[in-house]
Ligand binder design. Structure first.
Ligand SMILES: Cc1cc2nc3c(=O)[nH]c(=O)nc-3n(C[C@H](O)[C@H](O)[C@H](O)COP(=O)(O)OP(=O)(O)OC[C@H]3O[C@@H](n4cnc5c(N)ncnc54)[C@H](O)[C@@H]3O)c2cc1C
Length: 458
């Protein structure tokens, strides 16, 4: 690894942001001899509540890239499925309904995982590490992006990096998505995060989803002694300090199973809450020569399903596969075609992950539909096996997602009969709510290419 970029160096790739997306694509491409400048404003480990639960789809993509070793050595925990809790009833669903598969997810501290990926990428001769904040994309007279301008951290000087391709992976507050897309992001809700220590989970090594409370909340292991609790705070405005405690004490505490009481009380006493906005932002890239978007800078979904890194790693793999199909980076026309193919091919990989995340959040925030989804999954067989493979990022077929979504709505209608609440108004209510959830997602996410794999296996 180098730390000095000479002014006349021209890199194959300049990566803006050594986060989950940027560091991972670097770790995959650098060993193949591709000359990379990796820029981040901060390389120290952060305590974040994002990107802690990897679905099996994300783990499988890491395996495909021979990067599975990046999950070792920092007390990451295997996750074998989900447990659901509702009004005193509980059950679990495995990622592997029978013995024919061996999928698992992984829970970990995001900061530790990211440092492991960064150490891996920086271990390559072909990588130059730059510590600085990128301020703008540099372009030539024809508007082709030829690199970036950045302010170096230690010298405070402005410098330039030249590259044949600039990958902007500067995360959810991206400064560069406006140059490369027409994306509009909306805040769906906030997540309040706290860590439960030495908590014995009712279903060890499982994600836990709690539906009885007025607000959805989830938890999962992030080390051998710690469990992350993530609590939804609805609305577009961040909760104030006082709101956070009140929300957690009134909307969560009464609905926690007995096993959690002691570690929850300890966590409340520590008062170490972290709050993050949950965005929805469908991908609307604008093709531009010399630059491409990757990660949250391009596309975001609600984190309730832990689908973010499934999408990020699958994009890393797709973009890399297209780039590696070129003999080198010296043919701008061919490079441009590869970027176009990447944007096109990613629909198939990500449509379900994106729809699933926001549809499930919509369902879990709707009283009638969430009862339906609980009963639906509890039936087992394809009713649970189908949705869990969608959630895991293993089933990429949108037809299957749409089938299960409307089957849940249908079950809600049947349930009305059993509860003697069947009337036109209630049926209309369910159908309307289901359509209101799924229609905008289908409009933003579904394309003909969502239904078939194109050039690449993913
Ligand atoms: C509350 C929450 C919980 C989540 N939980 C999960 C989960 O459990 N599982 C999951 O799969 N996904 C989860 N996600 C989503 C997941 O974390 C993201 O999809 C993923 O981190 C995106 O990676 P990224 O590389 O695009 O961004 P980041 O990992 O944020 O990286 C961006 C990098 O760019 C750098 N940077 C930014 N601007 C500049 C600049 N101008 N110059 C230089 N460097 C710059 C930053 O320092 C940072 O290192 C969650 C998201 C949220 C909001």
């Amino acid at each position: 690894m180098n730390t000095l970029a000479e002014d006349n160096d021209i890199f194959d790739i300049c990566i803006v942001g050594a986060g989950m997306a940027g560091a991972t694509i670097g770790a995959y491409l650098a060993p193949k001899g591709i000359k990379i400048a990796l820029i981040d404003r901060e390389y120290t480990e952060k305590r974040r509540i994002v990107g802690e639960l990897l679905q099996p789809g994300a783990v499988e993509t890491l395996k495909k890239m021979n990067l599975e070793h990046l999950l070792e050595g920092f007390d990451a925990q295997p996750v074998y499925g989900y447990a659901l809790f509702n009004n005193g009833k509980q059950f679990s669903i495995s990622y592997n309904p029978d013995d024919s598969t061996n999928y698992h997810g992984v829970g970990s501290h995001n900061g530790r995982f990211l440092q492991k990926i960064r150490a891996d990428v920086l271990n390559n001769e072909s990588v130059t590490q730059i510590h600085g904040t990128v301020s703008e994309l540099v372009e030539d007279s024809k508007g082709v992006v030829t690199g970036v301008k950045y302010r170096e951290k230690h010298t405070r000087e402005f410098k330039t990096v030249k590259a044949k391709l600039t990958i902007t992976s500067d995360g959810f507050f991206s400064s560069f998505r406006k140059d490369l897309s027409n994306n509009v992001k909306t805040v769906t809700s906030f997540f309040i995060g706290l860590i439960l220590k030495d908590c014995e989970l009712p279903f060890p090594n499982h994600g836990h989803v709690f539906l009885s409370a007025p607000t959805p909340f989830i938890c999962y292991p992030i080390s051998s002694t710690e469990t992350r609790l993530l609590i939804d705070f609805p609305g577009e405005k961040a909760p104030k300090k006082d709101d956070i405690r009140k929300h957690v004490l009134t909307k969560v505490a009464p609905f926690l199973p007995a096993e959690f009481k002691e570690c929850f009380t300890n966590a409340m006493a520590e008062n170490d809450f972290k709050v993050m906005p949950n965005h929805y932002m469908p991908a609307k890239p604008v093709l531009r020569e010399g630059a491409v978007l990757l990660g949250d800078a391009l596309n975001m979904r609600h984190p309730i399903t832990g689908g973010g890194l499934t999408a990020v790693f699958s994009d890393v793999y797709l973009l890399s596969t297209h780039l590696l199909a070129m003999p080198d980076f010296n043919d701008p026309k061919l490079l441009h075609e590869k970027l176009e193919s990447y944007y096109q091919d990613r629909y198939h990989a990500n449509t379900n992950v994106n729809i699933m995340a926001n549809a499930l959040y919509g369902v879990m925030s709707n009283d009638l539909l969430k009862q339906g989804v609980f009963e639906y999954l509890r039936k087992g067989g394809d009713n649970s096996g189908g949705p869990i493979s969608l959630l895991a990022g293993l089933n990429k077929n949108p037809t299957s997602l749409i089938k299960h979504f409307f089957s849940v709505a249908w079950l809600c209608i049947i349930n009305l009969t059993e509860k003697n609440k069947m009337n036109l108004a209630n049926v209309f209510h369910i159908i309307k709510d289901a359509f209101c959830i799924i229609k905008p997602l289908a409009v933003h996410e579904l394309r003909p290419s969502s239904f078939y794999k194109k050039n690449i296996q993913h």
